[in-house]
Design a protein around this ligand. Sequence first.
Ligand code: MN
Ligand code: MN
Ligand code: MN
Length: 294
Amino acid sequence: MARVNPAEIARDTTRFMANIDLHSHTTCSDGELSPAELMARAVEKGVTTLAITDHDTVDAFHDLPEVPSILRLVPGIEFSTTWNTTGIHVLGLDIDPASRAITEGVAFQSGARERRAGEIGRRLEKQGIENAFEGASRYALGGQVGRPHFARHLVETGRVDSMEAAFKRYLGDGKAGDVRESWASLAQVVTWIRDAGGIAVLAHPLAYKLTRTKLKRLLNDFIDAGGEGMEVVSGQQNEQQTRSLGQLCREMGLLGSCGSDFHAPGQGWKELGAVAPLPERVVPVWERFRQSPG
Ligand code: MN
Ligand code: MN
Ligand code: MN
């Protein structure tokens, strides 16, 4: 039997559990754990470098609880935008969350959400649902009002008997309350990220269900706008998909990123750190961080 070198085994296990996870959410957006709980879980899972990338907000970095000494925290954000008619997510990594550019970006995106919520409210009123916006606001607990809050209002006022029915009749595709967000453009979000000293990374490229040709077109537009990286490894991705994205990443001359897109415990493969390492010859995005973790 061939002798096994223990160092070899140790190196091999890191192939399944990365210690760098650059995509995660907290209660500041739609995650289930507070920033402190998330960081504690990262340490527990052996993650040594973690980026918190909440949707269109950097609240986690305001009043940030103490960062465990063995964890390197990378300030990040996940901006929503559209490319043609497709909803796209762009990560800003290694940003300065207190910068003017990020402050402006967050305010714009929050305004976009508010305008949308107001419009949904007006449309539902036209359907005879009184005080729809005020009703929905009560369930947002001071946060952003979204479709689930309208759905809850419809259920609580007896309009429909389930959240599902609320979407089916009032809020889902093609219904009165189906209002598109007016997010900032792709070029705009990339500019905010760059102006904040960060690196713009296209999040979960396979989530948009684009053909390879269209995905390349998106990446070309993204690069023209100043985008520099793409997520090569994302939660819920098989090995072959990762290899193929690695190839695309090299082809396009982009930096590669990896992140679980963790939202809550118990969501299977989307566990903190549960991401494969970057394929060979993909240049890791963190080599460009102001303070390289590696
Ligand atoms: Mn989310
Ligand atoms: Mn996303
Ligand atoms: Mn995400």
